[in-house]
Write a protein that binds this ligand. Structure first.
Ligand code: ZN
Ligand code: ZN
Length: 260
């Protein structure tokens, strides 16, 4: 299998955060490098790693909230100026492809300037993406259902949000991205997980902890904590430890790296 790690560039939620960057995670699974989400300032955080701009094999955008895509144009400018060579597939909800393509053009990031092929792909529920022996399966979450109900008559969008299951050999890692309720995690939890990277902003924390208690998860890493949970981190940790005794739990900070 080779090396497996996840680098947490930003663990903030959707609110302005003075002490947390926005959502972006680099998964290295064997030879595959997969970036999930491009919350800002991903370009600066990535540059600071010293990694080559050819490292990332694919980018997955879980949904189109700004805390998950706000850093995308600058990151593409980075790939341009650092002269990436490899084709770059970017998978995102279908409704993002056209406007984000237009945003790049409006930012003068033209395909003629790029030394690599930038390719947008639509994320499809339960349709796995294969890369270097790693299988990534997107699942729908109910994160944007409330907005859909309120606004879909006026804004005819699909309001899609995705979580991801990353599998390689026997290794199973799940990345919740933004969900609507703990039960959204069900398709990720049908078999034991080696790691769950899970958000903690859009439901009662205790409901999620109690829900997770029924499932086999070797390691739990929480991110995207709602501001009150982050500001009372000690209490949040105590509650998690009480609800999930004996589970290896981490509350992530920017720059953390989880290795295997
Ligand atoms: Zn978010
Ligand atoms: Zn969101």
């Amino acid at each position: 299998m080779g090396q497996v790690w996840v680098k947490c560039f930003g663990v903030g939620d959707g609110w302005p955060c003075a002490d947390r960057k926005h959502a972006s995670f680099l998964y290295q699974v064997g030879k595959a490098s997969i970036l999930i989400d491009c919350g800002e300032p991903i370009d600066s955080s990535f540059k600071a790693t010293g990694l080559s701009y050819d490292t990332i094999d694919r980018i997955l955008i879980s949904h189109l909230h700004s805390d998950h895509i706000g850093g995308f144009p600058m990151f593409m400018q980075g790939f341009w100026l650092e002269e990436r060579k490899k084709e770059l597939p970017v998978h995102m909800p279908a409704e993002g492809i056209k406007p984000i393509g237009e945003l790049l053009k409006a930012s003068y990031i033209f395909e003629e300037l790029l030394s690599f092929k930038l390719r947008f792909e639509t994320l499809q529920v339960r349709k796995p993406i294969m890369t270097k022996g790693v299988r990534i399966t997107p699942y729908h979450t109910a994160h944007l259902e409330g907005l859909r109900k309120s606004f879909q008559k006026k804004y005819r969008q699909k309001f899609e949000a995705f979580s991801f299951l990353i599998e390689a050999g026997k290794l199973r890692i799940a990345h919740s991205a933004d969900i609507g309720k703990p039960e959204d995690l069900a398709p990720l939890l049908t078999k034991p997980l080696d790691l769950l990277v899970c958000e903690l902003a859009h439901f009662e924390a205790e409901d999620l902890f109690v829900y997770l208690r029924e499932h086999k998860i070797k390691r739990l890493a929480f991110t995207h904590l709602a501001r009150p949970l982050w500001e009372n981190l000690k209490k949040t940790k105590q509650l998690a430890a009480k609800c999930l005794p004996g589970v290896d739990i981490t509350f992530l900070r920017d720059g953390d790296e989880i290795g295997f």
